[in-house]
Ligand binder design. Structure first.
Ligand code: URA
Length: 239
């Protein structure tokens, strides 16, 4: 969470008192005096000291393997939501998903109470990579791979960043392909629209990786808290 908010909340200071603590050099992160009030801190990753007192944060980080049919929304009149899946966890109301997956997409979704991390992981300048496995209704060609590498242009003229497309298998009889796609942005329905621009349709989609995080053995429908190692891997995204 933001360092200024943490100080105000835990030391019950006014905004003015909090700012004075910074100006008097009383705020240290990892032993260094800091003036950066908006720094994103987590006491699992940073040593936070204010006027000689150690402050602790209570952020939560969950890796969810979203199933198909579940919507990435807080509430939905008809469908189960990703929040319903985490309902028994503390602070579920404070969680936010890092990006959204379509209802018919399954796979990796990070949910956290650390709003600043959500913002930074989604910011276009951070170019956090996402890896998807997709089933395609036609055979994907070498020409498609070259087009993805150049940057797909959507039917409405929007240009995508270069993306790495790999063919995993072809089913010659059914004339379909299984592919892996790595993208570094997160436009609305991006993967489906990229294939549509090549005249092809995504028939199944699964996100397997985002930045340093992977689904690995997490089964679809399950979730778990991030391990300390995974949280450390996210530290470069804490600004
Ligand atoms: N691209 C899509 O088209 N859908 C998703 O759910 C994620 C990426």
């Amino acid at each position: 969470m933001r360092l200024d908010k943490l100080i105000e909340e835990q030391l019950q200071t006014s905004r003015k008192e909090m700012k004075r603590l910074f100006l008097r050099g009383k705020v240290r992160v990892d032993g260094q005096v800091t003036l950066n009030e908006s720094q994103n801190v987590d006491s699992q990753l940073h040593r936070i000291e204010v006027d000689g007192r150690m402050l602790l944060t209570k952020e939560r980080y969950y890796l969810l393997a979203k199933p198909k049919g579940v919507v990435t929304a807080k509430r939905d009149a008809q469908h189960q939501t990703v929040f319903d899946l985490l309902r028994k966890e503390p602070m579920v109301e404070q969680l936010a998903p890092v990006g959204r997956l379509d209802r018919d997409t399954e796979g990796l979704l990070l949910m956290t109470s650390n709003g600043q991390l959500v913002y930074d992981l989604l910011h276009p300048t951070k170019k956090v990579i996402k890896v998807y496995q997709a089933s395609i209704n036609e055979c994907v060609t070498e020409e498609d791979i070259a087009d993805f590498a150049k940057g797909i242009v959507f039917l409405d003229g929007t240009t995508c960043q270069p993306a790495e497309l790999t063919i995993l298998s072809h089913d010659a009889e059914a004339n379909t392909s299984e592919v892996e796609l790595t993208i570094s942005e997160g436009k609305f329905h991006q993967v489906k629209k990229m294939f549509l621009a090549c005249g092809k349709k995504v028939t199944a989609l699964k996100r397997t990786k985002m930045g340093p995080l992977t689904l690995e053995s997490l089964e679809i429908g399950n979730y778990r808290e991030l391990t300390f190692v995974e949280l450390q891997q996210l530290k470069p995204y804490f600004r």
